[in-house]
Write a protein that binds this ligand. Structure first.
Ligand code: TYD
Length: 209
């Protein structure tokens, strides 16, 4: 059986990842592919701990966060029932809302970037995605969307300057990974249908390979 594709979506909080992921799932399923949507932080015990930490109030040390996200990512890859490896082997494609690029940008801006990159990229348990799609949306638009949602803000959602710094860090990391990873930046300050069409095109290229 052919292995599934492993696709990751990245972007700032409020960049519209979930909407685009929903569209892509429908599109791929209509073409006869089986798709498994997933996300980080995961719904596994490590991910639940992360949600608590991201809620604020406790230890938000960036190295501690980087370690927790690493553990959650290893669990995400290796879980015997819902692990990415297991799912791909069954011929099902995996679409993840965030992956290690988020650790590089969010934790890399506050602690040692090289350390964060090395421990993720050198881990034998952490798979490299076939494609990473970065939805690039103006940080001010993201902030407006975050503020329009109900509920308490997580630690990285609190101010627009933080979002701008995270975007800069994503671009620094993409530059460092040039030639090693399949990262595609999609400008998403456009009508939703145009963005969706571009994403379908990128995924079709992968399927055709
Ligand atoms: P997410 O639920 O995707 O937030 P949103 O739906 O608002 O985009 O992600 C939760 C938060 O966790 C988000 O602020 C980014 C952060 N994060 C990291 O700091 N490092 C990581 O490795 C990951 C995967 C997420």
């Amino acid at each position: 059986m052919e292995k599934g594709l492993f696709i990751v979506f990245e972007g700032l909080d409020g960049s519209g990842k979930s909407t685009q992921i929903d569209q892509l799932i429908r599109y791929m399923e209509a073409q006869g592919h089986q798709v498994w949507p997933t996300a980080e932080p995961t719904g596994l015990p490590t991910g639940k701990l992360l949600r608590q930490v991201l809620g604020g109030g406790g230890n938000t040390d960036p190295a501690y966060l980087a370690g927790l996200f690493l553990a959650d990512r290893v669990a995400h890859n290796t879980d015997p029932e819902q692990g990415i490896g297991q799912i791909l082997e069954q011929g099902v494609s995996v679409i993840s809302d965030r992956y290690y690029y988020s650790s590089f940008a969010y934790q890399g801006m506050d602690t040692d970037l090289e350390w964060v990159m090395n421990m993720n990229l050198r881990s034998p348990a952490i798979r490299r995605p076939d494609l990473c799609i970065f939805l690039d949306v103006d940080y001010r638009t993201c902030k407006e969307r975050i503020d329009g949602r109900k509920g308490k803000l997580e630690i990285f959602e609190k101010n627009a300057e933080t979002l701008a710094r995270i975007r800069d860090k994503f671009f620094e990391v993409f530059h460092l990974l040039k030639g090693q990873e399949n990262i595609r930046i999609v400008s998403a300050d456009r009508p939703m249908e145009e963005v969706t069409r571009e994403i379908f095109g990128l995924v079709n290229e992968m399927i055709a390979q």
